[in-house]
Design a protein around this ligand. Sequence first.
Ligand code: EPU
Length: 442
Amino acid sequence: MDKLVIQGGHPLSGDIYVSGAKNSVVAILPATLLLDVPVILENVPDISDVKICLSILESLGAEIDKLSEGVYRISCLYVREHEVPEELAQKMRASYYFLGALLGRCGKAKAAMPGGCYLGERPIDQHLLAFEALGADFHLIEYKNETDGEGYVGAVELSADHLYANHISLNVVSVGATMNAILSAVKADGTTTIENCAREPHIVDLANFLNYMGAHISGAGTHKITIEGVRELRGNAMDGSVEVKTYSIVPDQIEAGTFMIAAAATRGDVYIHGVIPHHLRDIADRMEECGVMVEAIENEDIVHVCVNKGTMFHGTNVKTEPYPGFPTDMQPQMAVLLALSEGQSNITESVWEDRFKYVGELKRMGANIDLTRDGAIIWGVPGLHGANVRACDLRAGAAVVIAGLAAEGTTEITDIHHIERGYSHIVEKLRSIGADIRRISM
Ligand code: EPU
């Protein structure tokens, strides 16, 4: 029941460091179920979705040792379970990756339908299409809604005597379905091709991790991925070595983008460290259109964001699209910068139907925004003022934090558990670049 209290109006300035990517680690942790040796993961962000993933792994029988901050040794050698506990599965969207990983490991899996941010309908038909193509049967377990008696799918059960490679053509570009197709095909017999894949950095990271451990996956980051199934994933234990391999999670593109917008919206001067600049290209382009200076320092993995004195931001148009387009997970944060940019800006949301819950909160802070059928129109205002607002979901929460930092006066944010699902030590990190932000118990 804690809340965040922000005294806004201080330009952010200095150096800030990005953690490992949430959307990568929530797939790589389940992927450890496919390994035939222990592994050490580094750069694991300290977020609640990771805690849930680790609890699920432990409940299945994995041995997990925290070696230091962000570094875990994980051994799934003695895992015997194939059912994800319902109360844990429902806490996190990415629990569906345990379906693909358990199916790939032992030919059976059961998990409650995933929870996570409500962003409108979140079907998993493309995941099921991939599992079925590889030879799995699925069974959707229906429950009755206690309030209205309507039926709904409460859990998914998968089983396969054997997994055989196949050609999988996804009808929708889906991050989750692409990841699950990889997880379930990596040990299937033969060569699987997946077409119409998502291309996000976290998909490349999952493929890199599995390849590092002995998988044969090519094409990750393009529309077509090819997987030659392997029997074992033993890392360098193949060559007789007993050394446990260490893999470092890719930096979080969305956390980096969130800090970039926070720096701009507060008219600050911030060096964001530990990033992969080309992951941030489209975000940087839209910010530059608004008049923000964004400089990528490629060799040093740094992005520098700076607003020159006297700069007036001007509005632009943003359309969310699968990578390498503008990420839907940055849309609410970008809306804050647009709310402070002269003239009219248009946002078109093409991934999620309900990603505008932050609009009501920003309006309380003085933003001028109207919702349209698939987006929002924003008319820039000279400034925002502090207010009592909610973090309606993870990225909506990031947006109100940025708005609070840029606004005059005090902003109080409740429901911060949403923010903690995806931002590691956000209070400490923002304080280190001059933000007046505190977490207090209510
Ligand atoms: N879709 C289908 N059928 C499916 C799967 C998806 O129709 O079987 C549709 C969805 O309804 C949506 C579109 O395809 O319209 C894209 O969904 P996708 O499957 O790519 O989303 P996801 O895998 O459930 C991940 C991230 C989200 C991020 C989206 C899009 C994880 C754990 N989550 O979700 O992250 O918004 O990709 O990039 O990786 C966040 O971090 O705040 C977040 C919501």
